[in-house]
Design a protein around this ligand. Structure first.
Ligand code: HEC
Length: 225
Protein backbone atom coordinates (compact mmCIF):
# COMPACT_ATOMS: atom_id res chain seq x y z
CA UNK A 1 0.00 0.00 0.00
CA UNK A 2 1.65 3.35 -1.08
CA UNK A 3 1.61 6.23 1.38
CA UNK A 4 -1.51 8.41 1.34
CA UNK A 5 0.40 11.44 0.21
CA UNK A 6 1.54 9.63 -2.93
CA UNK A 7 -2.06 8.68 -3.79
CA UNK A 8 -3.20 12.30 -3.29
CA UNK A 9 -0.32 13.58 -5.40
CA UNK A 10 -1.09 11.21 -8.29
CA UNK A 11 -4.80 12.07 -8.26
CA UNK A 12 -3.94 15.77 -8.23
CA UNK A 13 -1.52 15.32 -11.15
CA UNK A 14 -4.11 13.47 -13.19
CA UNK A 15 -6.65 16.24 -12.54
CA UNK A 16 -4.11 18.98 -13.34
CA UNK A 17 -3.18 17.21 -16.57
CA UNK A 18 -6.70 17.94 -17.84
CA UNK A 19 -6.37 21.70 -17.20
CA UNK A 20 -4.44 22.62 -20.40
CA UNK A 21 -7.01 20.80 -22.54
CA UNK A 22 -9.84 22.52 -20.70
CA UNK A 23 -8.17 25.90 -21.26
CA UNK A 24 -7.63 25.19 -24.97
CA UNK A 25 -11.23 24.05 -25.38
CA UNK A 26 -12.48 27.16 -23.60
CA UNK A 27 -10.27 29.57 -25.55
CA UNK A 28 -11.27 27.97 -28.84
CA UNK A 29 -14.97 28.34 -28.16
CA UNK A 30 -14.97 31.78 -26.51
CA UNK A 31 -15.11 34.81 -28.84
CA UNK A 32 -11.94 36.88 -28.84
CA UNK A 33 -10.84 40.05 -30.65
CA UNK A 34 -7.30 38.72 -31.26
CA UNK A 35 -6.26 36.53 -34.13
CA UNK A 36 -6.32 32.75 -33.61
CA UNK A 37 -3.04 31.01 -32.90
CA UNK A 38 -1.98 29.53 -36.21
CA UNK A 39 0.07 26.43 -35.47
CA UNK A 40 -0.13 24.89 -38.95
CA UNK A 41 0.51 27.77 -41.33
CA UNK A 42 -0.32 26.09 -44.62
CA UNK A 43 -0.38 29.00 -47.11
CA UNK A 44 -2.59 31.21 -45.01
CA UNK A 45 -0.05 34.00 -44.66
CA UNK A 46 1.99 34.89 -47.71
CA UNK A 47 4.29 37.82 -48.37
CA UNK A 48 2.93 40.37 -50.81
CA UNK A 49 4.82 43.09 -52.59
CA UNK A 50 3.69 46.52 -53.60
CA UNK A 51 4.34 47.71 -57.13
CA UNK A 52 7.79 49.20 -57.77
CA UNK A 53 9.31 47.60 -54.65
CA UNK A 54 12.23 45.25 -53.99
CA UNK A 55 11.96 41.47 -53.82
CA UNK A 56 15.26 39.82 -52.93
CA UNK A 57 14.06 36.46 -54.22
CA UNK A 58 14.90 37.50 -57.77
CA UNK A 59 18.33 38.34 -59.11
CA UNK A 60 17.25 41.72 -60.46
CA UNK A 61 15.39 42.33 -57.15
CA UNK A 62 12.30 43.67 -58.87
CA UNK A 63 8.98 42.72 -57.29
CA UNK A 64 7.20 43.40 -60.58
CA UNK A 65 8.07 40.57 -62.92
CA UNK A 66 8.43 41.09 -66.65
CA UNK A 67 6.54 38.81 -69.02
CA UNK A 68 8.38 35.56 -69.66
CA UNK A 69 9.60 35.45 -73.28
CA UNK A 70 7.69 33.06 -75.52
CA UNK A 71 4.50 33.09 -73.48
CA UNK A 72 1.44 32.57 -75.65
CA UNK A 73 -1.88 34.08 -74.53
CA UNK A 74 -4.60 31.48 -74.05
CA UNK A 75 -7.27 34.12 -73.54
CA UNK A 76 -7.72 37.70 -74.70
CA UNK A 77 -7.18 36.94 -78.34
CA UNK A 78 -8.29 33.33 -78.38
CA UNK A 79 -11.30 34.06 -80.59
CA UNK A 80 -9.22 35.88 -83.22
CA UNK A 81 -8.82 39.59 -83.99
CA UNK A 82 -12.31 39.93 -85.45
CA UNK A 83 -14.09 38.44 -82.43
CA UNK A 84 -11.87 39.96 -79.72
CA UNK A 85 -10.92 43.34 -81.17
CA UNK A 86 -13.41 44.05 -83.91
CA UNK A 87 -10.63 44.28 -86.49
CA UNK A 88 -10.34 42.54 -89.87
CA UNK A 89 -7.16 43.05 -91.92
CA UNK A 90 -6.24 46.13 -89.90
CA UNK A 91 -9.62 47.88 -90.42
CA UNK A 92 -12.81 47.97 -88.31
CA UNK A 93 -14.97 44.94 -89.04
CA UNK A 94 -18.16 45.73 -90.93
CA UNK A 95 -19.91 42.49 -90.03
CA UNK A 96 -20.37 40.14 -87.09
CA UNK A 97 -17.67 37.52 -86.41
CA UNK A 98 -18.48 33.98 -87.55
CA UNK A 99 -19.35 32.76 -84.06
CA UNK A 100 -22.13 35.36 -83.62
CA UNK A 101 -24.86 34.71 -86.20
CA UNK A 102 -26.89 37.61 -87.56
CA UNK A 103 -30.26 36.42 -86.31
CA UNK A 104 -33.33 37.90 -84.63
CA UNK A 105 -32.21 36.07 -81.47
CA UNK A 106 -28.86 37.89 -81.50
CA UNK A 107 -30.55 41.26 -81.95
CA UNK A 108 -32.99 40.54 -79.13
CA UNK A 109 -30.09 39.53 -76.92
CA UNK A 110 -28.37 42.79 -77.87
CA UNK A 111 -31.51 44.76 -77.08
CA UNK A 112 -31.81 43.12 -73.67
CA UNK A 113 -28.14 43.79 -72.85
CA UNK A 114 -28.34 47.36 -74.20
CA UNK A 115 -31.37 48.02 -72.01
CA UNK A 116 -29.46 46.74 -68.98
CA UNK A 117 -26.05 48.31 -69.52
CA UNK A 118 -26.47 51.35 -71.74
CA UNK A 119 -29.91 52.91 -71.32
CA UNK A 120 -29.14 54.50 -67.94
CA UNK A 121 -27.04 57.05 -69.83
CA UNK A 122 -27.91 56.62 -73.51
CA UNK A 123 -31.67 56.17 -73.12
CA UNK A 124 -33.78 53.40 -74.64
CA UNK A 125 -33.63 54.94 -78.11
CA UNK A 126 -29.95 55.90 -77.84
CA UNK A 127 -30.31 59.68 -77.90
CA UNK A 128 -28.24 60.19 -74.74
CA UNK A 129 -31.32 61.07 -72.70
CA UNK A 130 -31.23 58.27 -70.11
CA UNK A 131 -32.32 58.56 -66.50
CA UNK A 132 -28.77 59.41 -65.31
CA UNK A 133 -28.71 62.29 -67.78
CA UNK A 134 -32.05 63.61 -66.50
CA UNK A 135 -30.81 63.41 -62.91
CA UNK A 136 -27.51 65.14 -63.73
CA UNK A 137 -29.29 67.96 -65.52
CA UNK A 138 -31.65 68.37 -62.55
CA UNK A 139 -28.66 68.60 -60.18
CA UNK A 140 -26.87 71.10 -62.39
CA UNK A 141 -29.81 73.38 -63.01
CA UNK A 142 -30.09 74.22 -59.30
CA UNK A 143 -30.41 78.00 -58.85
CA UNK A 144 -27.48 78.28 -56.36
CA UNK A 145 -25.09 76.30 -58.52
CA UNK A 146 -24.72 72.57 -59.20
CA UNK A 147 -25.68 70.32 -56.27
CA UNK A 148 -22.72 68.17 -55.09
CA UNK A 149 -20.55 70.15 -57.52
CA UNK A 150 -21.94 67.99 -60.32
CA UNK A 151 -20.21 68.18 -63.68
CA UNK A 152 -21.71 66.15 -66.50
CA UNK A 153 -20.76 65.12 -69.97
CA UNK A 154 -23.90 63.91 -71.68
CA UNK A 155 -23.71 60.46 -73.22
CA UNK A 156 -23.36 60.91 -76.94
CA UNK A 157 -26.35 60.14 -79.10
CA UNK A 158 -25.73 57.01 -81.15
CA UNK A 159 -27.64 58.84 -83.93
CA UNK A 160 -24.97 61.54 -84.10
CA UNK A 161 -23.64 61.51 -87.70
CA UNK A 162 -20.10 60.77 -86.40
CA UNK A 163 -21.40 57.62 -84.68
CA UNK A 164 -23.89 56.61 -87.36
CA UNK A 165 -21.14 56.20 -89.94
CA UNK A 166 -19.00 54.01 -87.67
CA UNK A 167 -18.51 50.38 -88.70
CA UNK A 168 -19.81 47.63 -86.40
CA UNK A 169 -16.28 46.81 -85.19
CA UNK A 170 -15.74 50.38 -84.00
CA UNK A 171 -18.94 50.30 -81.93
CA UNK A 172 -17.75 46.97 -80.50
CA UNK A 173 -14.44 48.64 -79.63
CA UNK A 174 -16.20 51.54 -77.86
CA UNK A 175 -18.16 49.07 -75.73
CA UNK A 176 -15.00 47.06 -75.00
CA UNK A 177 -12.61 49.88 -74.10
CA UNK A 178 -14.89 52.86 -73.53
CA UNK A 179 -14.18 56.24 -75.07
CA UNK A 180 -13.17 59.57 -73.50
CA UNK A 181 -15.61 59.97 -70.55
CA UNK A 182 -17.28 56.59 -71.02
CA UNK A 183 -15.65 53.59 -69.36
CA UNK A 184 -15.25 50.18 -71.02
CA UNK A 185 -17.43 47.15 -70.46
CA UNK A 186 -14.98 44.32 -71.23
CA UNK A 187 -14.94 43.25 -67.58
CA UNK A 188 -18.73 43.05 -67.31
CA UNK A 189 -19.96 41.98 -70.75
CA UNK A 190 -18.49 38.94 -72.55
CA UNK A 191 -17.43 39.50 -76.20
CA UNK A 192 -20.38 37.70 -77.83
CA UNK A 193 -22.80 39.93 -75.91
CA UNK A 194 -20.78 43.04 -76.85
CA UNK A 195 -21.23 42.05 -80.49
CA UNK A 196 -24.95 41.56 -79.94
CA UNK A 197 -25.16 45.05 -78.38
CA UNK A 198 -23.14 46.58 -81.24
CA UNK A 199 -25.50 44.97 -83.76
CA UNK A 200 -28.46 46.35 -81.81
CA UNK A 201 -26.91 49.85 -81.79
CA UNK A 202 -26.69 49.61 -85.59
CA UNK A 203 -30.33 48.50 -85.61
CA UNK A 204 -31.33 51.48 -83.45
CA UNK A 205 -29.49 53.80 -85.83
CA UNK A 206 -31.23 52.28 -88.81
CA UNK A 207 -34.60 52.56 -87.08
CA UNK A 208 -34.20 56.33 -86.67
CA UNK A 209 -32.74 56.97 -90.10
CA UNK A 210 -34.72 54.76 -92.41
CA UNK A 211 -35.85 55.79 -95.88
CA UNK A 212 -38.78 54.53 -97.83
CA UNK A 213 -36.32 52.36 -99.76
CA UNK A 214 -35.71 50.33 -96.56
CA UNK A 215 -39.36 49.27 -96.48
CA UNK A 216 -40.29 46.24 -98.63
CA UNK A 217 -42.25 47.53 -101.69
CA UNK A 218 -45.41 45.62 -100.76
CA UNK A 219 -45.57 47.47 -97.42
CA UNK A 220 -44.85 50.98 -98.67
CA UNK A 221 -48.42 51.74 -99.66
CA UNK A 222 -49.72 51.11 -96.15
CA UNK A 223 -47.10 53.53 -94.75
CA UNK A 224 -48.27 56.35 -96.99
CA UNK A 225 -51.77 56.27 -95.61
C1 HEC B 1 -22.35 55.96 -67.35
C2 HEC B 1 -22.90 56.46 -68.57
C3 HEC B 1 -22.73 55.61 -69.83
C4 HEC B 1 -23.08 54.30 -70.02
C5 HEC B 1 -23.72 53.36 -69.02
C6 HEC B 1 -22.74 53.99 -71.38
N1 HEC B 1 -22.22 55.08 -72.00
FE1 HEC B 1 -21.73 55.24 -73.96
N2 HEC B 1 -21.12 57.12 -73.68
C7 HEC B 1 -21.21 57.82 -72.48
C8 HEC B 1 -20.62 59.12 -72.65
C9 HEC B 1 -20.53 60.18 -71.54
C10 HEC B 1 -20.18 59.21 -73.99
C11 HEC B 1 -19.48 60.36 -74.64
C12 HEC B 1 -18.07 60.38 -74.14
C13 HEC B 1 -17.36 61.64 -74.44
O1 HEC B 1 -17.64 62.26 -75.47
O2 HEC B 1 -16.52 61.99 -73.61
C14 HEC B 1 -20.53 57.94 -74.61
C15 HEC B 1 -20.28 57.64 -75.94
C16 HEC B 1 -20.71 56.49 -76.58
C17 HEC B 1 -20.64 56.25 -78.00
C18 HEC B 1 -20.08 57.22 -79.04
C19 HEC B 1 -18.62 56.99 -79.24
C20 HEC B 1 -18.01 57.95 -80.23
O3 HEC B 1 -17.35 57.46 -81.15
O4 HEC B 1 -18.16 59.16 -80.07
C21 HEC B 1 -21.18 55.02 -78.23
C22 HEC B 1 -21.33 54.31 -79.56
C23 HEC B 1 -21.57 54.50 -76.93
N3 HEC B 1 -21.29 55.41 -75.96
C24 HEC B 1 -22.18 53.27 -76.76
C25 HEC B 1 -22.50 52.74 -75.50
C26 HEC B 1 -23.01 51.41 -75.31
C27 HEC B 1 -23.32 50.43 -76.42
C28 HEC B 1 -23.18 51.26 -73.96
C29 HEC B 1 -23.64 50.01 -73.22
C30 HEC B 1 -22.78 48.88 -73.32
C31 HEC B 1 -22.81 52.50 -73.32
N4 HEC B 1 -22.39 53.35 -74.28
C32 HEC B 1 -22.91 52.74 -71.95
C33 HEC B 1 -21.75 57.37 -71.32
C34 HEC B 1 -22.20 56.09 -71.07
Amino acid sequence: MPPRIAIFASVLLVLLAAVPFAVIAWVRSAPSPSRPVHIVQDMDFQPRFNTQTVNLLFQDQRAMRPQIPGVVATSGNAGGAHFEQGVVDGAWATGLPGSVPMTMETLQRGQARFNIYCTACHGYSGYGDGIVNQRAIALMSNAEGPIYGTAWVQAKSVHDPTVREQPLGQIFNTITHGIRNMSGYAAQIPPADRWAIAAYVKTLQRSQDATLQDVPPENRASLNQ
